[in-house]
Design a protein around this ligand. Structure first.
Ligand code: HEM
Length: 282
């Protein structure tokens, strides 16, 4: 079923108000990426190929270890879904993510709408498609760089996409109680806003800028997080050219980030006909 422009616009307004009131942008970005990031380009059938299809809302997928804590994101968007039922969960997730990045000072991402939702738990992908942050890696990879390539190449993404998208860690925090990574609290996170605690990658973790690349390169502040997969961006020859560029040039990062994020937001998505594109129809 197509979604009408007033429903999309109404949902977008409510989403913006939610992000402002709860400082919940980062968890929305992570939830959207974890819905998309199960995609396997070698599986031709939908929804078996995984991807941005709303399946993360079902228990079998939400219970995957990589999704710890993300039920909170779904609970946040549920009232918007109730109010604007024509907008699919898959669209709401991608809308929340792109809007949060734009509201935090990041690039505008021209998200396309009309994603068809999966309808039941039996349509969830198997566990193990999302990347781990440190070895030993379940796929047998010897290094974080090898693991990142295995996971992102399976989605049809490139080295440039891997580095640009990793820049989303400029936003948000890691919690020992969820992923097991990071500290209980740091001087940058002890007071929130929003949930208190965790470790951030950057000092101003509610701002979307290129400081992730600057900090991961410098590794000068013990209060900031660097995961093995973050460090790999400056250690691996193929990744380093992009990471260095983004540390130097925020405009270059924003341009590449917007392009890669748009691709990520459409992985495995099936679009219904007749849904207006919010960006050009509103
Ligand atoms: C490159 C491989 C990646 C790995 C290994 C990874 C790993 C992680 C881990 C361990 C956390 C902490 C989660 C928690 O404890 O709650 C996290 C948080 C986060 N990740 Fe990633 N991630 C990756 C890629 C991405 C991508 C591609 C995006 C988005 C485009 C992204 C966006 C985020 C955001 C926004 C947070 C913060 C969530 C919050 O504050 O609640 N990550 N990631």
């Amino acid at each position: 079923m197509a979604t009408t422009a007033p429903q999309l616009e109404g949902a977008k307004d409510e989403m913006a108000a939610l992000i402002k009131a709860k400082s919940c942008g980062p968890i929305l970005v992570r939830a959207a990426w974890h819905d998309s990031g199960t995609y396997n380009k070698d599986i031709p059938s939908w929804p078996q190929c995984g991807g941005a299809n709303g399946s993360i809302r079902f228990k079998p997928e939400m219970s995957h270890a990589a999704n710890a804590g993300l039920c909170g994101a779904l609970a946040l968007i549920e009232p918007i879904k109730t109010k604007f039922p024509e907008v699919s969960y898959a669209d709401l997730l991608q809308m929340g993510s792109a809007l949060a990045i734009e509201m935090a000072g990041g690039p505008k991402i021209p998200i396309r709408y009309g994603r068809v939702d999966t309808t039941g738990p039996e349509e969830c992908p198997a566990e193990g498609n999302l990347p781990g942050a440190a070895g030993p890696f379940a796929d047998g990879s010897a290094t974080p760089a090898e693991h990142l390539r295995k996971v992102f190449y399976r989605m049809g993404l490139s080295d440039k996409d891997i580095v640009a998208l990793s820049g989303a860690h400029t936003f948000g925090r890691s919690y020992p109680s969820r992923s097991g990574f990071g500290k209980e609290s740091t001087k940058y996170t002890k007071d929130g806003p929003g949930t208190k605690g965790g470790s951030s990658w950057t000092q101003e973790w509610l701002k979307f800028d290129n400081s992730y690349f600057v900090e991961v390169k410098a590794q000068r502040d013990e209060e900031l997080l660097v995961l093995p997969t973050d460090a790999a961006l400056f250690e691996d020859e193929g990744f380093r050219q992009y990471a260095e560029k983004y540390a130097e040039d925020q405009d270059a990062f924003f341009a590449d980030y917007a392009e890669s994020h748009l691709k990520l937001s459409e992985l495995g998505s099936k679009f219904s006909e007749g849904t207006p594109c919010c960006e050009c129809c509103s």
